[in-house]
Write a protein that binds this ligand. Structure first.
Ligand code: ZN
Length: 169
């Protein structure tokens, strides 16, 4: 499901809160299926907010774009019992954070570590992945067309990685 052909749909049909014209242009060039998944998470964020008693909380910042994400975890017996994020920034960064929380909730830390490694290497260009492991996250591979935006997509994941490291201490 990877198309290099740009969509002809006008930018006005999108509401991805771009930070500038170049970003808006990039977002309209995402594959339509990918864009729908990303937009859904941007408009209806999952697990957005704060946890009552997080066992780990980390902040991440992407200076290239100005994206900010804070990830909170409640880890019990090596399992992510609960996860939440807050943040601000471009649609790619915030939808990736939302998708991440769905992907890791209820998972064992070691499986989460594996998913972080897989996702970040895929975003760096690897095609060596199991589609079942990535699920909807595969939509974010569309962002690889725009190397500067890869850091938007991986911000929440690097922040999660920091929180997982803290949890494993
Ligand atoms: Zn961004």
């Amino acid at each position: 499901m990877f198309s290099s052909r740009p969509s002809r749909r006008p930018a006005s049909s999108l509401q991805m809160a771009p930070t500038n014209d170049e970003y808006r242009k990039q977002e309209t060039e995402l594959d339509e299926l990918y864009r729908d998944i990303i937009l859904d998470h941007y408009r209806n964020p999952r697990h957005r907010g704060h946890l009552q008693k997080p066992t780990a909380a980390k902040e991440g910042y992407n200076p290239l774009c100005g994206d900010e994400v804070t990830v909170e975890l409640t880890v019990r017996d090596g399992v992510i019992d609960d996860v939440a994020y807050v943040g601000s920034g471009c649609s790619i960064s915030q939808s990736s954070a939302s998708m991440m929380t769905e992907a890791v909730q209820g998972k064992r830390l070691k499986d989460v570590k594996h998913l972080i490694d897989t996702f970040t290497s895929v975003m760096r260009g690897s095609d060596d992945f199991d589609p079942d492991e990535l699920g909807d996250l595969e939509a974010l591979t569309g962002v690889r067309k725009f190397p500067v935006r890869v850091k938007c997509a991986t911000l929440a994941w690097h922040t999660l990685d920091d929180a997982v490291e803290e949890s494993a201490l």
